[in-house]
Write a protein that binds this ligand. Structure first.
Ligand code: ADP
Length: 492
């Protein structure tokens, strides 16, 4: 139901009730009151007329009675009929016999009053007066009409005012608000907002405007967020597309770095290795010296024969070949391995021993080997593993030399343990100082004056990162024990 109808309905109802009250109660009552008061006044008047008629009737002075009543009729224009009868019912006035005035059936405004005339309990007659109330009631009727018109006029003005006020203060603003709400639902925030005379509706419009502003801000934020998300999504997609490539690149770079570091550590160990070569060459050089002296003596004492010369030359050649082989071995050992491959741990361990055993011998350190007679195959980098073993052996040697123990001893053990190959290097160099065990494998950690601190770090990298194995260090009674555990190549 529309607001107009809601407002009109009670007003119509009020006017209906008011109209019914006016026509059913107030106007008839008013007319009746008017009529009654007029009749009462006439009745009083008739009372005095009757008083005046009594002596005239007693004296049978009919002429005077006629005169009086004529004059009375003339004076009271609303008295349309006067009739006087004596006690026997004989009409005394007017002379022309007329039917007794009877209450009109057709005109309710014509009333007949009847006044009995008596003197000292003697009935003298009756006076009938027929009165036309129309002029009297005319005024009352006019008043009623005017009052009705005035009331309905007031009601109409009231209704119009209320409807106009409701229209401008409530209905229009509310319908404009509804339109704005519809446009907001379609994400159009520029619909004009209404102004209202009503405080309450103005408050509503203000709240609505605040809500619209919030929505607009939220909408803008949402747009930004969506745009940002889309951008992030794009960036993520791009990143994803190149991620594999980048991870591959980074891995390759890391591997390259590892290789470089290993290479650097090898280069650092080069000096030491030259020292080792010198140790290796000491014995063949001595032999060469001896052979050359022998040849010189043979020549001096004329005992040189083609056979002795051939023998000595062959021996020299053999020694030179051995020395050359040593260089080849060293060169091979320090060549960086490019590809991961399957290799024998026993062979790699022997390579490391071959490089350093002369140094051990010259420092009077016993090198005990406990290697399996069969190959132990693993996957990884042959030379890197040999380098790791060499680092452990070099550390063992240095520890023993530093401890100045009379009888230096190092033991290398290689064993199969479950699915791993475990190599251990034990020495009797006095062990690892307390408290440094957890830091041992950290890069650049050293307790030596000339140390680099990368030897054990390299060992850890080679074994754990490149070969998925495990390194360990512990103290024994007289020295240290290092273990390298790597997974064996699975048996076919
Ligand atoms: P560097 O030999 O240059 O010091 P490493 O990483 O090879 O570097 O060794 C780190 C430290 O570990 C050494 O300085 C030393 O204190 C300790 N260490 C290594 N091997 C042994 C060993 N066999 N006995 C005692 N201490 C050792």
């Amino acid at each position: 139901m529309s607001l107009r109808a809601i407002l009109l309905l009670p007003l119509l109802l009020i006017s209906l009730l008011m109209g019914s009250f006016l026509y059913a109660k107030w106007i008839p009552d008013n007319l009746a009151n008017n009529k009654a008061s007029h009749l009462k006044a006439v009745d009083q008047h008739l009372g005095s007329v009757v008083e005046g008629l009594i002596p005239l009737l007693l004296g049978s002075e009919l002429d005077i009675i006629h005169e009086n009543l004529n004059a009375l009729k003339k004076r009271n224009t609303t008295w349309i009929g006067i009739r006087l009868v004596d006690a026997e019912g004989k009409q005394l006035y007017p002379l022309v016999t007329t039917a007794p005035p009877s209450p009109s059936l057709y005109n309710p405004d014509v009333q007949t009053l009847q006044k009995p005339i008596s003197y000292l309990d003697t009935q003298l007659g009756t006076l009938y007066v027929q009165i036309d109330l129309t002029p009297t009631l005319k005024n009352a009727r006019k008043e009623s009409r005017e009052l009705t018109i005035m009331l309905y006029g007031m009601l109409a003005i009231m209704m119009t005012t209320i409807i106009l006020l409701a229209e401008f203060a409530v209905r229009r603003p509310v319908s404009q608000l509804a339109k704005a709400a519809k446009r907001i639902a379609q994400m159009d925030y520029d619909a004009p907002l209404p102004k209202s005379l009503s405080h309450e509706v103005s408050n509503l419009v203000d709240s609505f405007a605040a809500m619209r502003d919030d929505l607009r801000a939220y909408h803008v934020n949402l747009h930004h967020e969506i745009a940002e998300r889309k951008e992030a999504e794009q960036a993520l997609k791009k990143l994803n597309a190149t991620l594999e490539q980048r991870v591959g690149d980074e891995l390759a770079k890391n591997r390259e770095k590892d290789h470089l570091l290993i290479q650097q550590s090898r280069l650092a160990a080069m000096g030491e290795m030259v020292h080792n070569i010198a140790h290796q060459w000491r014995q063949p050089l001595n032999s060469l010296g001896l052979i050359v002296s022998n040849m010189h003596d043979d020549f001096r004492f004329n005992t040189m024969t083609p056979e002795t010369l051939n023998r000595d030359v062959a021996a020299v050649r053999h020694l030179i070949e051995r020395m050359s082989n040593t260089i080849d071995d060293f060169r091979e050992f320090f060549r960086p391995d490019r590809e991961e491959s399957q290799f024998d741990l026993v062979e790699a361990t022997r390579d490391a021993i071959a490089i350093i055993e002369a140094t051990f011998k010259n420092n009077h350190i016993d090198l005990e080997l406990d290697l399996p007679p069969h190959p132990l195959l693993v996957t990884g980098f042959h030379n890197q593993y040999a380098q790791a073993v060499l680092n452990l052996l070099a550390n063992a040697k240095e520890s023993i030399v530093a401890s100045k123990t009379g009888s230096g001893r190092t033991r290398i053990t290689l064993r199969e343990q479950a699915s791993d190959a475990v190599l251990s290097v034990e020495d009797n160099g006095g062990g690892i100082p307390q408290g440094i065990l957890p830091k041992l494998f950290e890069p650049y950690f050293t307790t030596k004056e000339q140390g680099s601190g990368i030897g054990l770090y390299m060992v850890k990298m080679i074994v754990e990162r490149n070969m998925h194995g495990k390194v360990g260090a512990m103290n024994l009674e007289h020295g240290a024990k290092f273990t390298l555990s790597v997974p064996l190549y699975p048996a076919p």
